[in-house]
Write a protein that binds this ligand. Structure first.
Ligand code: IPM
Ligand code: MG
Length: 380
C-alpha cells in the first residue's frame, strides 16, 4: 500500500510535524482527544512528534476575516500530516459562499492536492445493534472502503448564476454547477481503488450514473481500461441510485467502492449510518506520495453538542490512526490505536451517540474525555 507524506524522505528518527486544525463546533474537543492519543503513541513507539495548531473555518473567519488564512495553507503544505476536526456552524451560514467554512475545507483539500479520499466503513460486531439495519443483515457485517475523488467534479467545476428572460417574457434566475472530469483525474483515483482492492478482498465497484451522465461514461471507460492491469480484481458497476439501495440490502457484499466527489459524499454518510454512528468514521485524504495527507472524521461540527464534552472522539482518533499508517508509515502504531478503539467498544464504553441501541449489553456511559482515557488505557 502506498503511503503519503514528507516522511519517506527523512530519516526514521526525525521529528514528524503534525498540523492540527481544530476548526469549529466539536472540532477542538475531538482534536484534543486525538492529540492525547498521538502523544501516547509518541511515547510508546518512540516517535518524535511536533504539533502546531492552525486556524480554519468559522473560527478563522472570526479571528482574521478569512476561513482559510494563507498562513494555514503554508503550514499544512509544509507538514508531514494534517489532522482536522470539523468546520461550519449556524453562525457562518449566511456568509457568501467564498467566506463560508465549507469553502475553507474545499480550499485546503485543493491546496494540498489530496485527490484521494479513503473512507473505511465497518460494522463492528460489538456495535451491530447500533446499526439501523435489520438484525440478520447487520449480523453479516460490513467492511468496505469508499475511495472518493476529492478535488474535482461538481465541487470544483464551473458554476454561476444569471438572470434570463424566457421566451414567454418571464424573468427568472438560472444557476448551474458543472460535473467535469478528465481521464488523468479518473485514472489516478481509480489506481488507488484498484491497489486498495488488491490488498483487501479484490472486489471493486464503480458507482456512477452512466445511464445519464457523459462524465460517468468516461469513468466507466477509464476504469474498464485500467482493469486489464489488475486481472485479480473483480470489477463491477452500479448506478448510484441502485448502489444506495444495495448498500442497505447487502452491505456485506461490498469491498471497495470507487466514486466521484459528490457520489462519495452522499454514500459515505449512508455507510456511516449503517455502521451505527457517524461518530465512528475516519477518513484519509491523500495526494502525491511526497506530499502530506489530510485526516478528518467524516462527521461535521455538531453545533448542537459543541462545548459540552459529549462528542464521540473515536472517528478523530481513528483518523489519527490512518495518519500514522499513511503519512508517517507507522503501521504498528496505527494498528495499536485501532485495536485500542475496538477494545473500548468491546468493554462497553459508549458516548451518547451509541447508547439506546436496544442491545442488552451493559454500557459504561462516557463523554469525550472519558472515552479518550479509555482508549489511552488500552493503548498502554
Ligand atoms: C464531507 C463534508 C464536506 C463535503 C462538506 C462539509 C463540504 O460533507 O467531508 O463529507 O461535502 O466534502
Ligand atoms: Mg459529507
Amino acid at each position: 500500500m502506498k503511503t503519503s507524506g514528507n516522511v519517506s524522505k527523512q530519516n526514521p528518527g526525525a521529528v514528524r510535524h503534525i498540523v492540527l486544525l481544530p476548526g469549529d463546533g466539536i472540532g477542538p474537543e475531538v482534536i484534543a482527544s486525538a492529540r492525547q492519543v498521538l502523544e501516547a503513541c509518541a511515547v510508546r513507539f518512540a516517535i518524535p512528534l511536533a504539533f502546531t495548531e492552525a486556524a480554519i473555518g468559522g473560527a478563522a473567519y472570526d479571528a482574521c476575516g478569512s476561513p482559510l488564512p494563507q498562513d494555514t495553507v503554508v503550514k499544512c503544505c509544509a507538514a508531514d500530516a494534517v489532522l482536522m476536526g470539523a468546520v461550519g456552524g449556524p453562525a457562518w451560514d449566511k456568509l457568501e459562499r467564498g467566506l463560508r467554512p465549507e469553502s475553507a475545507l474545499l480550499g485546503i483539500r485543493q491546496a494540498m492536492g489530496v485527490y484521494c479520499n479513503l473512507r473505511p466503513a465497518i460494522i463492528y460486531p460489538q456495535l451491530a445493534a447500533a446499526s439501523p439495519l435489520r438484525a440478520d443483515v447487520a449480523a453479516k457485517g460490513m467492511n468496505l472502503l469508499i475511495c472518493r475523488e476529492l478535488t474535482g467534479g461538481i465541487y470544483f467545476g464551473d458554476r454561476g448564476r444569471e438572470s434570463v428572460v424566457l421566451p414567454d417574457g418571464q424573468a427568472v434566475v438560472s444557476a448551474w454547477d458543472t460535473e467535469r472530469y478528465n481521464t488523468a483525474e479518473i485514472r489516478r483515483i481509480a489506481l488507488w481503488a484498484f491497489q486498495s482492492a488488491q490488498a483487501r478482498q479484490r472486489h471493486l465497484t464503480l458507482v456512477d450514473k452512466a445511464n445519464v451522465l457523459e462524465s460517468s461514461r468516461l469513468w466507466r471507460e477509464t476504469v474498464t481500461n485500467l482493469a486489464a492491469d489488475f486481472p485479480e480484481v473483480q470489477v463491477d458497476f452500479l448506478y448510484v441510485d441502485n448502489a444506495a439501495m444495495q448498500l442497505l440490502r447487502r452491505p456485506f457484499d461490498f469491498d471497495v467502492l470507487l466514486t466521484s466527489n459528490m457520489f462519495g459524499d452522499i454514500l459515505s454518510d449512508e455507510a456511516a449510518e449503517i455502521s451505527g454512528s457517524i461518530g465512528l468514521l475516519p477518513s484519509a485524504s491523500l495526494g502525491a506520495a511526497d506530499r502530506p495527507g489530510l485526516y478528518e472524521p467524516i462527521h461535521g461540527s455538531a453545533p448542537d453538542i459543541a462545548g459540552q464534552g459529549k462528542a464521540n472522539p473515536l472517528a478523530t482518533i481513528l483518523s489519527a490512526a490512518l495518519l500514522l499508517r499513511y503519512s508517517l508509515n507507522l503501521p504498528e502504531a496505527a494498528a495499536a490505536v485501532e485495536t485500542a478503539c475496538q477494545a473500548v467498544l468491546t468493554a462497553g464504553y459508549r458516548c451518547e451517540d451509541l447508547r439506546d441501541t436496544g442491545a442488552s449489553l451493559p454500557v459504561i456511559p462516557v463523554g469525550t474525555q472519558g472515552m479518550t482515557e479509555a482508549v489511552l488505557s488500552f493503548l498502554k
